[in-house]
Design a protein around this ligand. Sequence first.
Ligand code: GLY
Ligand code: MN
Ligand code: MN
Length: 494
Amino acid sequence: MLPRRLSLPVLTLFLLAAPGLSAQATLSSIPVQEFADRRAGLAAEVGDGWILGVGGVTAPQPFIPFHQDPVFRYLTGFTQPEAALLVWAQGGQVREEMLFVQPRDPAAETWDGYRMGPEASRERTGIPGRSIQELPAVLDSLAGAGALPRIHVAASYNPGAAVANDVTQRVQNLMAGHGDVEVRVVTPYVDRMRQVKSEAEIALLRRSIEITSEAHREVARSLRPGMNEFEIQAIIEYTFRRYGAERPAFSSIVGSGPNSTILHYETNDDFMEDGEVLLVDVGAAFGGYAADITRTYPVNGRFSDAQREIYQLVLDAQLAAEGVAGPGVSMGQLSQAATVVLAEGLAELGLIEAPDATFEDEMGRQVPQLRLFYMHGLGHGIGLHVHDPTPPVLEPGVVFTIEPGIYVRENLFTEVIPDTPRNREMMEAIRPAFQRYVNIGVRIEDNYLVTAQGLERLSTAPREVAEVEALMAAGEASPAPRRDEWVERFRGMR
Ligand code: GLY
Ligand code: MN
Ligand code: MN
């Protein structure tokens, strides 16, 4: 689906091993050495010069949670606000590093909580720490000494965006007095590293995905006609926290009836009726790593014939993509496999005139009719961001989603399809099917790890029609004892 505005997960820095720089030291259960290796990898790409990394700032309003920027978190593991990183690379090697952080301030900490300060940050991250207040002077002196003909920015820096994010503003402020320093953005190197996950990252993803699968099982056990979407959202987010996830990785999508056809619906406040479907697209963040799983449920526990027909088609498309996925296969090939199934199935259901039939858009261009019902991409990487970078060709260590969908919007004929003679002809042909399936939106989204052997599906929420209906018939939400088991299992992961 299209990237959306997201807040990013936060996790307090947590050291499992004793403080210090032992080989076992970890940040969020990721070894400190792994962060150092990432910076070394970046230095190897840059070659010579200074690299600047910039983290997120505290929200200007009080009580809004801070979530570290994913690029900065990836390079440092540091999760507190207002931080920055300088790395000096020479001959592709890291020669010097500095982590600039908020200084200790007991008065401010009374209100806002513990600040690590330069000393403790060095112990935790292995990077020599300095006060963030010193950064402008350090840049001035580097520039004054002629050491900054250019600066390599490795950050979520995007000056071309309509609204500059906080990291972009910080980089711009820092460079404002240095108009002669060339800014070279090297974030694509970091994105490339982020495409393939390490063992430690995969372990965190397995946890967030397992917790999110459990939240889906709770939905299946709890859903009844007459409930409100917000009750289901509450059950999901309660389950996330109950099992130790820090928060939803993105706004929970809980849409019933007509709302199931809105791709990024997040109002979540309608009552749910007997005979509707409920589309639930949610993901926990654990240790900063996002899951992203969608299931579509019949509100009354049994799919109607029409709902089952759409559901099975979407599932068949997902299975087709799964069937071709593995090392050496491109996302485009997966998409093609799913698209063929969807186009043929929609034609059989009568929602499109033929697998390759087209309609006219408002510019008079021919657009596949398939796009009236399936208008997003097939999947994306997941990681520190719910839409993490994905390589063009899959390889072992890539963790990603496959999420086909079909959405029969009620305003399709009245507001979406331009009123032209050719389109009117099409609407007449597909009207009976449209009326049969209107207000059914189905998406099925799972999370996968590419392995040397092929593909591992990491998400375990029920997916087959019979499995979903069986769990919905099984009844009440989970008993408490299982909570202890889960909490025990995940203790110490962060
Ligand atoms: N939840 C957003 C997505 O599926 O991409
Ligand atoms: Mn999703
Ligand atoms: Mn997704």
